[in-house]
Write a protein that binds this ligand. Structure first.
Ligand code: GDD
Length: 407
C-alpha cells in the first residue's frame, strides 16, 4: 500500500500571494481552473495501490473541509486534511502525524510540496526507488546555473543516481541539479526524523544549562525539523537517498506571476490528460478561442469575445461582447463589460471591469509588478487603464494607473 502526503503550509506562508490570499488559502488558488493542490492530488491517483492522500498544514480545518470532501468524491480516493497546531517544518509536520500516516501500514510514502508545478512522474519515481533501494528517492531537475541558488542544490552519482551531496539554497554555486520538492520514502524516514528530534532535545538541555549560566544561544524549537537542511544534507552520501531526474516541465509557484505561467503549463498538459476541460473554438460557446483555454461551465461568454491563449475563467463569470482576454486568470463572479481587454493579469473575485477598460501588464512573471492583480471586489470604471499594478480589495478605480500599488 502507498500513501501520499502533500504539505500545504499555513497562512503565514501565504503573504507572498497578497492580496489574493486574503480570502483563499494559497493551495486552493485556481491554476487552469483547478485549485493549485488539485494537480498533485490528481497525479497521486496514478500511483498503484494508493490508499490515502493527506494534506498537512496549519490552516483552519474549515478552510479545506469543502474541497477535501468534493475531491474525495470526484477522484474516488480518500483525501484528508490534517491540521498542525503550529508549524513543525517540512519533516517535523510529517513526523507529527506519523501514527495517522502509518494507520494503513503503507510500504511507501510520497511527500509533495504543494507549491510546485510539474507533471509529477510519481509511478516512475516509485519504480526507480524500488530499483535503487534505500530510504528515499527525490525528484530532481537541471535548471540554469543563475537560478539554482533559489533551491536545494545537489550532486548525484551519474551512474548509480545516489544523492552524494546536498546543500539548501547555497550562497556559492554547487550544482545546477536541484531538488523539486517531490519525494518517495519508506517508513524508515520516521526513525531518521526521530533521531534529529532526540538530538535536538539533548541540545535543548544543553541550552538550558547555557541559559542558567547566562550564556547566549539561538536555536530552533526541538520539534521543528526541516526536511532539506536537517534530513537530506546529513543523509547524503550514505547510500540511503537516490535521485530521479525529470526532463519535463517543473516550476516553483511562489508569486502570483508564476501562477499565470503555471496555469499555462497545466492547461497545455490538459491536452493529454483531460482534454474535456479545455474549450476549443468549435465548442457550443462559439467565442473565438486561441490556444489553451478553460471556461467553467457556469460562466457566460459572448460569442464575439476573443479568448486565449492561456486563459482560465472561473464560475459565474460574465464576459460581454467584444472583450479580449489573454494570459490571465479570472476568478469567480467577475463581470467584464463590452470591449474590455485583460492581458497578463489576475482579476479577483466579484470584480467588475467597465466598457473599453484595460487591465494589463508586460508579463514579466518574476518581477513584482510584472502582472496586474486586482483583489476581490475591485471596480474598474469605463475606459480606465490599469497597467503593471496591484489593486487591493474593494477599490474603485476611476482614473488610469501605471506601476502603482493601490492600497
Ligand atoms: N504543514 C507544513 N508545516 N508544511 C510546511 C511547513 C510546516 O511547518 N513548513 C514548510 N511547509 C511546506 C511548504 O508549504 C511547502 O509546500 C514545503 O513545505 C517546502 O517549503 P519550505 O520549507 O518553505 O521550502 P522551500 O519551498 O523554500 O524550498 C523547498 O522546496 C524547493 C522546491 O520547491 C526546498 O526543499 C528546496 O530544496 C526545493 O528546491
Amino acid at each position: 500500500k502507498v500513501v501520499a502526503v502533500i504539505l500545504v503550509g499555513g497562512p503565514t506562508k501565504g503573504t507572498r500571494f497578497r492580496p489574493l490570499s486574503f480570502n483563499t488559502p494559497e493551495p486552493l488558488f485556481p491554476l487552469a481552473g483547478q485549485p493549485m493542490v488539485h494537480h498533485p492530488i490528481s497525479a497521486c491517483k496514478r500511483i498503484p495501490n494508493l490508499v490515502q492522500v493527506f494534506l498537512v498544514g496549519f490552516y483552519e480545518e474549515r478552510e479545506f473541509a469543502l474541497y477535501v470532501s468534493s475531491v474525495s468524491n470526484e477522484l474516488r480516493v480518500p483525501v484528508r486534511y490534517l491540521k498542525e497546531d503550529k508549524p513543525h517544518g517540512s519533516a517535523g509536520s510529517l513526523y507529527y502525524f506519523r501514527d495517522k500516516i502509518m494507520e494503513e501500514s503503507p510500504t511507501h510514502i510520497f511527500l509533495l510540496n504543494f507549491d510546485v508545478c510539474c507533471n509529477f512522474p510519481l509511478p516512475n519515481m516509485l519504480e526507480a526507488h524500488k530499483m535503487h533501494g534505500g530510504i528515499g528517492t527525490l525528484l530532481v531537475i537541471k535548471v540554469s546555473a543563475e537560478s539554482a541558488n533559489q533551491f536545494g542544490e545537489l550532486v548525484a552519482d551519474p551512474i548509480t543516481k545516489e544523492l552524494l551531496h546536498y546543500t539548501e539554497k547555497p550562497e556559492t554555486f554547487v550544482s545546477d541539479l536541484i531538488n523539486c520538492g517531490v519525494y518517495v520514502f519508506t517508513p524508515k524516514i520516521f526513525s531518521v526524523i526521530q533521531e534529529v528530534f532526540l538530538l535536538r532535545e539533548d541540545r535543548v538541555l544543553l541550552h538550558l544549562i547555557m541559559w542558567l549560566l547566562d550564556l547566549s544561544f539561538r536555536s530552533l524549537p526541538s520539534d521543528f525539523v526541516r526536511l532539506d537542511q536537517d534530513i537530506l544534507s546529513p543523509l547524503a552520501g550514505k547510500k540511503q537517498l537516490y535521485t530521479y531526474e525529470t526532463t519535463d516541465f517543473w516550476e516553483q509557484i511562489k508569486t502570483p506571476g508564476m501562477s499565470i505561467k503555471c496555469s499555462a503549463l497545466y492547461l497545455a498538459q490538459f491536452r493529454f490528460t483531460s482534454p474535456h476541460l479545455l474549450v476549443n473554438g468549435d465548442g457550443k460557446r462559439k467565442a473565438t478561442v486561441v490556444g489553451d483555454v478553460y471556461i467553467h461551465p457556469s460562466a457566460k461568454v459572448h460569442p464575439t469575445a476573443k479568448i486565449g491563449p492561456n486563459v482560465s475563467i472561473s464560475a459565474n463569470v460574465r464576459v460581454a461582447a467584444g472583450v479580449r482576454l489573454m494570459n490571465c486568470i479570472v476568478l469567480d463572479d467577475v463581470e467584464i463589460k463590452e470591449n474590455a481587454v485583460v492581458m497578463h493579469a489576475i482579476v479577483g473575485w466579484k470584480s467588475s471591469l467597465g466598457r473599453w477598460s484595460r487591465v494589463q501588464a508586460d508579463g514579466d512573471y518574476n518581477s513584482k509588478l510584472g502582472i496586474t492583480i486586482l483583489g476581490e471586489s475591485v471596480t474598474v470604471e469605463d475606459e480606465v487603464v490599469v497597467i503593471n499594478s496591484i489593486v487591493l480589495p474593494n477599490k474603485m478605480l476611476n482614473v488610469s494607473v501605471q506601476e502603482e500599488i493601490i492600497l
